[in-house]
Design a protein around this ligand. Structure first.
Ligand code: ATR
Length: 277
């Protein structure tokens, strides 16, 4: 039974066994000398709003929300940040008082910080290609647009989904859309793989010469081995080839900041999580 006299935090999802969030947040807490506990809780979708209320009543101060509950968290939040509203999903809940929750989404800013601060990759004035048009991509678009890239193109197997996304953001940015075959002849500074293709060992059908001389290739997935997209980037001479582990730690750091108003140092945590993978 957790100690309920100290501030409690947790990640809720299903399945949750392999979540690295407890390891990450426990390291943040130790580093910043914050007294708190952080657990992982498996929650059935039907029980989600009750589970959040129970947690809040037992000294729960904040939650991370993961698959498949992010859209549900979006629905139960009483207030939403702009980036969560745009994402249509919540990965961070701030539990203010009984049944009063603020929903935020730190995934996009996590990716932006990993690129800009950890890998010296500016996004302003760059030509950026994003592969995929699902929930993961929707979640990162607002913070990307904030950086004012020159060009943002979403390519997806199902073109309509890319077009729907572009339409939803059309009031703040002109996002271009394409099928994979129509990318022939185009070149980009940064390519982000936001598809779930890597999960099944697949790669979207990408033409050759998509990368400029100095290009960054980023897979939002991560694992012990290089993903098929990272292998493709190697074959195509990308200058920087990155996986999503840094994004995972950076989104966690932003959640930690939302709850505790203190910013942990992410570098040693990224190193330690990578070492233990
Ligand atoms: P998530 O929440 O991870 O974004 P999602 O909403 O199901 O999950 O979206 C998955 C994304 O990966 C979609 O862009 C999907 O393309 P479609 O919209 O055409 O389905 C993409 N995807 C998954 N498997 C893929 C594959 N083998 N090749 C190319 N794209 C793939």
């Amino acid at each position: 039974m957790p100690n309920i006299t100290i501030d409690r935090y947790a990640v809720m999802g299903n399945p949750i066994t392999h979540s690295k969030s407890p390891q990450i947040h426990q390291q943040f807490a130790a580093q910043t000398r914050q007294q708190l506990s952080y657990e992982k809780i498996q929650v059935e979708t039907d029980d989600f709003s009750d589970a959040v209320a129970r947690f809040q009543q037992n000294n729960g101060k904040g939650l991370n929300i993961t698959v498949p509950l992010k859209e549900h968290a979006f629905k139960i939040a009483n207030q939403l940040t702009e980036r969560a509203r745009r994402a249509g999903a919540v990965n961070t809940l701030i539990l203010n008082a009984t049944n009063n929750y603020t929903g935020d989404n730190t995934d996009g800013i996590g990716l932006v910080r990993d690129l800009m601060q950890n890998h010296d990759t500016e996004l302003a004035n760059k030509d950026i290609l994003i592969l995929g048009a699902g929930g993961a991509v929707r979640g990162i678009l607002e913070p990307f647009i904030q950086q004012r890239p020159d060009r943002l193109l979403i390519a997806n197997r199902t073109l309509q989904r890319a077009e729907d996304l572009a339409e939803d953001f059309s009031d703040i940015f002109h996002i271009e859309t394409s099928e994979y075959t129509a990318l022939e002849g185009l070149q980009f500074d940064i390519i982000i793989n936001g598809t779930s293709a890597s999960l099944s060992g697949d790669l979207p059908p990408l033409p050759e010469k998509l990368l400029k001389n100095t290009s960054t290739a980023y897979d939002m997935m991560y694992g012990k081995e290089d993903t098929p997209f990272m292998l493709w980037a190697k074959q195509n001479n990308a200058t920087k080839i990155l996986d999503g582990l840094g994004m995972l730690v950076e989104q966690a750091a932003e959640s930690f900041y939302c709850w505790r108003h203190i910013r942990p140092d992410t570098k040693p945590v990224i190193t330690s999580i990578r070492r233990n993978m």
